[in-house]
Ligand binder design. Structure first.
Ligand SMILES: [Zn+2]
Length: 249
């Protein structure tokens, strides 16, 4: 693990330049305002869900901080680690940081799995599963789970490329053209049916195994994942759309 006193930090980058200020954030995480420190790390080191080279050096420190907390208090720390691990187009991991980074991901995954059944709210339970997905090397599953917490999701019909929006709050969930779904053109909102099975792709089969560990939140998440694993008709051309594959997340 890279010492917080090392001059190496200044050679690493965050979203706004050299990462010489990251050790200060990591010190605050342990002995200062942890909430603010996590906000800073998200905003600077993993800016808008992207990873930077300093993120790889920060992750072992964040996992160590999480290990010192109770399982129920470690969710936000582990969430940061998951964001780094599931970043889109991440930079290459510097050779000198790789071993400690990967070892920290393994320890973070063990913590995240341990905490799956101790989340108070549905949102926290989904966030915990998202972290487990990210740390298990399933970044696409992690991003899909984030989308579940939004009431709407965007996708494109693979046949006619029409921009569609899904209303996840509706039962059954509905597909509509993106631009007019806000205007109340309800005749174009068509319900899409949900496949009963969740084993059509490896990501969903993987999630199915972990959902049973979510205790009281299991039922709701199973229903949400059924939508995620469903197919629906395109409101424009009628083609059957595989929601999981077409989802823009
Ligand atoms: Zn279409």
């Amino acid at each position: 693990m890279l010492s917080l006193e090392s001059p190496r930090w200044a050679e690493l980058r965050h979203a706004y330049g050299p990462a010489a200020d990251v050790p200060g954030m990591l010190k605050s995480l342990v002995s200062g305002d942890a909430r603010q420190a996590l906000d800073d790390l998200h905003g600077v080191v993993a800016h808008q869900g992207s990873a930077t080279t300093s993120a790889y050096a920060a992750v072992p420190h964040v996992v160590a901080a999480a290990e010192a907390l109770s399982v129920s208090d470690s969710l936000e720390h582990l969430h940061f680690v998951g964001v780094v691990a599931s970043a889109v187009a991440p930079p290459q991991i510097p050779d000198d940081l790789r071993a400690a980074y990967h070892a920290a991901l393994e320890r973070g995954l063990a913590l995240a799995v341990e905490g799956l059944d101790s989340r108070d709210t549905y949102e926290d339970a989904v966030a915990a599963l998202q972290t487990v997905a990210a740390l298990s090397g399933k970044p696409r599953a992690a991003r899909r789970l984030v989308s579940l917490l939004n009431e709407a999701a965007e996708l494109f019909c693979p046949s006619c490329n029409t921009h569609l929006e899904m209303d996840l709050a509706a039962r059954p969930a509905t597909l509509a053209r993106h631009n007019i779904s806000f205007g109340g053109a309800s005749s174009l909102v068509v319900p899409w049916t949900v496949n009963a099975g969740l084993s059509r792709n490896a990501d969903l089969a993987w999630m199915d195994e972990f959902v049973v560990r979510l205790g009281g939140h299991q039922g709701r998440l199973e229903a949400e994942l059924a939508m995620l694993g469903g197919t629906g008709p395109c409101p424009n051309c009628g083609a059957r759309i595989d929601i999981y594959e077409a989802w823009q997340a």
